[in-house]
Design a protein around this ligand. Sequence first.
Ligand code: FES
Length: 110
Amino acid sequence: MNGYEKVYYTATIEDAWVKTQKQGFVYVTKDENGALVILSSACTHLGCSVEPATEAQRNRKKDLFFWCPCHGAEFDIVGASVGMELPGLERYQPLIIEGNVYVDIATPKK
Ligand code: FES
């Protein structure tokens, strides 16, 4: 892994009688202890999709890994805000079953 992986998903969300298709992506990273971190791509400002920082952005701010093109929020490799005063990116609990990683995209943990 080169810092993070952008992983796309398609999921079916079901309530009592309605099925909704959801598509999106998460970022898979590791914390300083090597533990798997699954980050939501939804910016904690107003919900735009967070993108990987460009090389020029990373040269300007070393701990910057993700940024939001809507209003410029910036986040580090584990989703903490390093720009605007915002909560960090939401995390999903990774479920590791027989060597495969699953993510419940309906329930990010705070
Ligand atoms: S929605 Fe991301 S900075 Fe505003």
